[in-house]
Ligand binder design. Sequence first.
Ligand code: MAN
Length: 239
Amino acid sequence: MISVSEACTQIDPRLTFAVYDFEAYLPISIRTWVDTQLRNLRITLIENGILADTSSDPSASESKAVTDARTRLSSAKNDLDSQRNDLNSRTEDLSKDYGPDDVFRALKGQCISTDSGEYTYEFCFMERTTQKPKKGGGNTSMGSFVRIDRIVVDEDLPADGRGLGSGERIAMRHENGQHCWNGPNRSTTVILACAEKEEIWKVFEEEKCVYRMEVGTPAACEVSTGKLNKEGGKVRDEL
Ligand code: MAN
């Protein structure tokens, strides 16, 4: 049993002096009654979050109301942090070049692949190019997307239309892929031309670990039907 003065101290330290002498003069039955009342009062105060519950953890010095408020504050802070991160990544994304009129934004992360020679090649729009040996083994990075350029090509267009043709084309540069033994870090230029659907037409290794992919996409049709002209490009649209 805690003494009346101890119980009072836990409720309010200023009560110690007031009850210290008084308690000694009380008959035991009344002391027990006062003690029970104080216990009940203490329990009520703890249950209502006004007083800290130090019975199981003597070092606890916060009331439930304060602990609850602290938990709410910490969760609001986490929420704010995640919204800030989200805003930062959206702001960063808005400043990225997704091509004329952002035509490649909708394709971001879409991947297409084809087999060529000993490898399967994959191109993920606005992200990366990779090479994977057909007979098994891990992926080799052929570069991460860095920027969109325009290059002039001059090639015969195959009868099926699946080729670059000639004129100015969008080129997506991918750099800093896996280091090539005795050579550079792998890099890839993906050249885009108009097609009915996304597909890789050809893959070349122009020099050791420097790759070129020719890719068809409807997004390149939008670009070649005037958007480049508006910006002063000299497109000869032969598709
Ligand atoms: C791998 C592939 C090839 C490349 C060689 C260079 O075999 O990535 O494309 O030419 O490594 O050692």
